[in-house]
Design a protein around this ligand. Structure first.
Ligand code: HEC
Ligand code: HEC
Length: 270
């Protein structure tokens, strides 16, 4: 409870200091000065570029070279996304930023939106076919309610990731596993592969939860197991080893382009 209260005090004071700032300064991002934009670019490179790319092209986070941002349709929403993050996703909060930092960074992000977006390779309609047939991706992924949720849901994946990241996910899944930021624990690998050996056998799966005494995992058949650590013969975390097969060999270059194009088009609408 104490935590919740202190959090809302922080939030309230942030809003207050922001409106105080707004009264004495022009916060309109439309006529932001060149020097503010440059300062914003500097902060962006430190705080944001590792996920959204040096030039806003995206990566672990979505490309910001888009005129319309889903979570940030207006300036207020953009300030809020930068400051509070997007809870439950890989977009972290930046509580420590003051109002002038927010204006500079948001101004720079908006300027990225005026750059030309990357062209998507391949054919999304053919890509859907690859997804459904040869790739058999729905054995492990859900799109709009269809499929099995062994891996992360892909219904909105085109909003979260960029082209290069999705290509890498399909051809070399172990390279960059998805993470979710958690206010207490920092950024976690949400699909960490773990392996437990008990007297009954060897179990490999994705970690769901772990504490000092126990661990819960889900294997690729979807079955959930819970172990008491003290009863295990061995237990190891396999960082950077995905349970998803790589498709670099089984699919052709063209099929992968088509698949990436299909994934980029998944934005949560049907
Ligand atoms: C650890 C990686 C990471 C960092 C660092 C990060 N972001 Fe993000 N960001 C993401 C991810 C992932 C999403 C997509 C969340 C979702 O919708 O699932 C996102 C979403 C966003 C969105 C919403 C895009 C939309 O289409 O609605 C904006 C705007 C944004 N980030 C701006 C920033 C800015 C500005 C910074 C630096 C202050 C930053 N991000 C730092 C990972 C990151
Ligand atoms: C045997 C189960 C399995 C199959 C089959 C599978 N995946 Fe995955 N996929 C996973 C798991 C588990 C993860 C999360 C861990 C990781 O990224 O390695 C994942 C992650 C992903 C991601 C990253 C999502 C993100 O938000 O970062 C994408 C994209 C993806 N898969 C696409 C596909 C496509 C396209 C196919 C079919 C060609 C496919 N997967 C087939 C299990 C599978």
């Amino acid at each position: 409870m104490a935590k919740v209260i202190s959090l809302s005090i922080v939030l309230a004071s942030l809003v207050l200091s922001f409106s105080a700032y707004a009264q004495t300064n022009d916060t309109s991002l439309a006529n932001i000065s060149q020097s503010d934009l440059e300062a914003g670019q500097g902060r962006y490179r430190v705080l944001c570029a590792r996920c959204h790319g040096m030039l806003g092209e995206g990566g672990e986070g979505p490309s910001l070279k888009r005129a319309r941002l889903i979570h940030a349709p207006n300036d207020e929403a953009l300030f809020s996304v930068i400051s509070n993050g997007i809870p439950g996703t890989g977009m972290p909060a930046n509580w420590a930023l003051g109002p002038s930092d927010l204006v500079q960074i948001a101004g720079y992000v908006k300027s990225l939106g005026q750059l030309e977006a990357e062209e998507i390779p391949g054919d999304a309609i053919r890509g859907r076919l690859v997804y459904e047939t040869k790739g058999n991706c729905s054995a492990c992924h859900i799109v709009s309610g269809i499929g099995r949720g062994v891996g992360p849901e892909l219904t909105e994946v085109g909003m979260r990731r960029n082209i290069a990241y999705l290509r890498e996910s399909v051809t070399n899944p172990s390279a960059d596993q998805p993470r979710v930021s958690d206010r207490r624990k920092g950024t976690l690998n949400s699909f960490l592969t773990v392996r437990a050996v008990s007297e009954y056998g060897v179990y490999e799966g994705m970690r769901i939860n772990e504490d000092e005494f126990s661990v819960q995992m889900r294997d690729i058949a979807g079955d959930i197991y819970s172990f008491e650590k003290s009863k295990l013969i061995s237990y190891e975390k396999n960082f950077g080893h995905s349970l998803m097969p790589g498709y670099g060999v089984t699919l052709s270059e063209v099929e992968i382009d088509d698949l990436v194009s299909y994934l980029m088009n998944l934005k949560g609408e049907n």
